[in-house]
Design a protein around this ligand. Structure first.
Ligand code: BES
Ligand code: ZN
Length: 601
C-alpha cells in the first residue's frame, strides 16, 4: 500500500511571532508509532531546524547541504505503542532560505517591508521544525501576531483576525510540510468569485481583480467535474512581490503567483489552471519522495490541459502544449538526452537538495506518460473516470509511481491482461527509469491551425534574402499571446538568423519587441542574445531588473554567459545590481552559472 504517515496527525502552534525574526513554540500531538520510516525516504529528510543546537541530544546534528541540521530528541522514557505524545519546541526562525524578508524597496508599493515563506521542496525546515518530507501529512494551526498596518495570510482552511493584530489559522486537512506557507505584508483583497479572492499590495489590487474577475470559478467547476470534489474550501490567489521565484506555487487554499501574471489580458491564466490542478494532483495525492516529483507535476500538466481543453478548446490547448514540448526539447538539447535527470524517477542521494534536480522532465515527459496511459485506454471519458477514481483512492496520502501504475492496471484489468506495462519500447519501467526523449508523444495536430501560420512566418524570417512581400502579407495583430510565444520559440530555434533579420523583425513587430508580457519578453531577450543584437541588450537588463522568476532568470544568464564578451559583461553588471533582490536559491544558481564563489555546493 501507499506510504502512510508514521506520525499523523500533528498539530502545530506558533506563538509570539515577531518581525525580523520569528520565534515561537510548536506543539505536536502525535499518536506514537514505533519509529519506522516510510519507504525510500532518506532519514536525512526528518526533523530539521535551521541552526543546529548541539545541546539537544545525541547523536549530534548532521549537516544538510548548505543549511539545516537534524534535530534529535531523546525521550525520557520509551513510549508505549499508541501513546499520545506532545512535544513543545521553542525555536527561532530567522535567516534561512525558506523565510524571505523583503525591504520596502523590494515590494511593488515600496512603502512597507514584506515577508513570505516558500516551502517546496525542502525549505520549510528553516521555517519551523518538521518532518520535512512529502511522505508525512498533518493538519496545523497557527497564531500569528503582526505589527499594526500588516496582514497575515496562510495556506489554511480557516482564517480569523482577533484583537491586537493577531491572526489565527487552521488547516483542517492533512497536508505535507512543503505546503505550509505564510505571508505578512501590506496586502488587501478583492472578491473575484464565490469562493475566490485575489490578494495583493494596495497598488496592484485593481489590476489583480481585473485580471481574474469572474474567471476562476469556471476552472474550479470544470476541475470538480473531471477530478472530483474540491476539498479545500476557498481558492484564493496572492500576487507576490516581483522577486517571487516561481510562476505559481500551489499552497492550498491560497496559490502564490508572480506579479508577471498581471498581463492585462488574462493571457497567462494557464499558470492559474495549473495551480488549481494541483488541488487534486500534488496536494491531495502527493509524491511520497521528491525523486518522483513527476507524480505531482506530470499529472498536474495533464489535468491543466484537460481543464484548458474544456474551457478553451483543443486547438488552443495543443498550442500551449507545443510550447511545453519546445521547453522539453530545449532542456534535453542542453543537458543531453541521456542525462540521469531526464528520467521520470530520479535518484536523489541523501544530502542532495531536491531543488537542484528541478527541470522540465517531470513536467513534460510526465505529461507524455500520462497521455500515453490515456492513449492505452483509448477513450477520454474512461480515462477521466480513472483519474477521478485515482484521486479518490489515494486522497490525503503520499504515494509512489508503483502505487499509481498498480492502481491503473487494477482499474483496467483488460489492459493488465494484455500486458500493456511491458510493450517493447514503451515498458512502464522504461518510462520511469530510462532517460531520454519520451517514447510516446500525444498528437498536437489539432493545434496546427494556430501553429502553422507561426511556423510559416518563422520560416520567412529565417531566410537569407527576406521576402518582405510575403512577410507583410501576414497579419499578426490578431494573434494570441501563445501564438506569438510559439512563433518566437521557432525563431529562437533557427537563430542566429542571417545578419540584419532580427533588427528588421524588431522594427516590424513592436508588439513583440516592446512587449510588456513576461513570456514574450523572455523569448525576445533570448532572441536578442542569441543574435547578438547589441542595440537591445538593455531590454535583457530591464527584464531582469523587473522580476526574479527562476525560469526567466536562469535561461537568460546561461545565454549571456554562453555568449560574447559583451554579454558576459552584461551578465556580471546585471547580477551585481539585482542579486540582493533575488531569492537566495536563485542567487546561488546564478552564481553557479557565472562561476562565482559562494555557489551552492
Ligand atoms: N509546484 C510548482 C513550483 C515549484 C516546483 C516550486 C518545485 C518549488 C519547487 C508549481 O506548481 C509550478 O510548477 N509552477 C510553474 C507553473 C507552470 C508549469 C504553469 C512555474 O512556476 O513556472
Ligand atoms: Zn506545478
Amino acid at each position: 500500500g501507499p506510504a502512510r504517515s508514521p506520525l499523523a496527525p500533528v498539530s502545530l502552534r506558533c506563538r509570539d511571532a515577531a518581525p525580523g525574526t520569528g520565534n515561537g513554540a510548536w506543539s505536536w500531538e502525535t499518536p506514537w508509532t514505533p519509529p519506522s520510516l516510510p519507504r525510500n525516504i532518506p532519514s536525512s529528510d526528518f526533523s530539521w531546524i535551521p541552526q543546529g543546537r548541539p545541546d539537544l541530544g545525541d547523536p549530534p546534528c548532521r549537516p544538510f547541504a548548505s543549511y539545516g541540521s537534524a534535530l534529535h530528541i531523546a525521550l525520557p522514557q520509551a513510549p508505549r505503542a499508541g501513546q499520545l505524545l506532545t512535544l513543545l519546541i521553542d525555536y527561532e526562525a530567522g535567516e534561512g532560505p525558506g523565510v524571505c524578508w523583503l525591504s520596502p524597496e523590494q515590494t511593488a508599493g515600496k512603502q512597507k517591508p514584506y515577508m513570505y515563506t516558500q516551502g517546496q521542496a525542502v525549505l520549510n525546515r528553516s521555517f519551523f521544525p518538521c518532518f520535512d518530507t512529502p511522505s508525512v501529512k498533518f493538519t496545523y494551526s497557527a497564531t500569528v501576531k503582526v505589527p499594526e498596518g500588516f496582514t497575515a495570510v496562510m495556506s489554511a482552511t480557516t482564517w480569523e483576525k482577533q484583537k491586537d493584530n493577531t491572526f489565527v489559522f487552521k488547516m483542517s486537512q492533512p497536508i505535507p510540510s512543503y505546503l505550509i506557507a505564510l505571508v505578512v505584508g501590506d496586502i488587501v483583497s478583492a472578491d473575484v468569485g464565490p469562493r475566490s479572492r485575489v490578494w495583493a499590495e494596495p497598488c496592484l489590487i485593481e489590476a489583480a481583480k481585473k485580471e481574474y474577475d469572474g474567471v476562476i470559478e469556471e476552472f474550479l467547476v470544470v476541475g470538480e467535474k473531471l477530478f472530483g470534489p474540491y476539498v479545500w474550501g476557498r481558492y484564493d490567489i496572492l500576487f507576490m512581490p516581483p522577486s517571487f521565484p516561481f510562476g505559481g506555487m500551489e499552497n492550498p487554499c491560497l496559490t502564490f503567483v508572480t506579479p508577471c501574471l498581471l498581463a492585462g489580458d488574462r493571457s497567462l491564466v494557464d499558470v492559474i489552471i495549473h495551480e488549481i490542478s494541483h488541488s487534486w494532483f500534488g496536494n491531495l495525492v502527493t509524491n511520497a519522495t521528491w525523486g518522483e516529483f513527476w507524480l505531482n507535476e506530470g499529472f498536474t500538466m495533464y489535468a491543466q490541459r484537460r481543464i484548458s481543453t474544456e474551457v478553451y478548446g483543443l486547438p488552443y490547448t495543443c498550442l500551449e502544449a507545443a510550447t511545453g514540448r519546445a521547453l522539453l526539447r530545449q532542456h534535453m538539447d542542453a543537458t543531453g538526452e541521456e542525462h540521469p535527470l531526464n528520467k521520470l524517477r530520479v535518484v536523489i542521494e541523501p544530502g542532495v537538495n531536491p531543488d537542484d534536480t528541478y527541470n522540465e522532465t517531470p513536467y513534460e515527459k510526465g505529461y507524455c506518460f500520462v497521455s500515453y496511459l490515456a492513449h492505452l485506454v483509448g477513450n477520454q471519458s474512461k480515462f477521466d473516470a480513472f483519474l477521478q477514481a485515482y484521486v479518490n483512492r489515494f486522497k490525503f496520502q503520499s504515494i509512489t509511481a508503483d502505487d499509481t501504475l498498480g492502481f491503473f492496471l487494477e482499474y483496467f484489468p483488460e489492459l493488465k491482461e494484455k500486458g500493456v506495462d511491458s510493450i517493447p519500447g514503451f515498458e512502464f519501467d522504461r518510462w520511469l527509469n530510462t532517460p531520454g526523449w519520451p517514447p510516446y508523444l500525444p498528437d498536437l495536430s489539432p493545434g496546427q491551425q494556430l501553429m502553422r501560420p507561426a511556423d510559416e512566418l518563422a520560416e520567412l524570417w529565417a531566410a537569407d534574402g527576406l521576402n518582405m512581400e510575403a512577410i507583410e502579407a501576414v497579419d499578426i495583430t490578431g494573434w494570441r499571446t501563445y501564438q506569438l510565444v510559439y512563433f518566437l520559440d521557432q525563431v529562437l530555434q533557427k537563430s542566429p538568423l542571417p545578419e540584419g533579420n532580427v533588427k528588421r523583425l524588431s522594427k516590424m513587430y513592436p508588439k513583440i519587441s516592446k512587449a510588456q508580457n513576461a513570456e514574450l519578453r523572455l523569448r525576445w531577450c533570448q532572441i536578442v542574445l542569441k543574435n547578438n543584437l547589441e542595440a537591445e541588450y538593455s531590454k535583457v537588463k530591464d527584464f531582469l531588473h523587473s522580476q526574479g522568476k527562476q525560469k526567466y532568470t536562469l535561461p537568460l544568464y546561461r545565454a549571456m554567459w554562453g555568449g560574447s564578451e559583451a554579454t558576459r559583461a552584461l551578465a556580471m553588471e546585471t547580477f551585481s545590481a539585482t542579486a540582493p533582490q533575488l531569492h537566495v536559491n536563485v542567487q546561488n544558481y546564478v552564481k553557479k552559472i557565472l562561476g562565482l564563489v559562494g555557489a551552492e555546493a
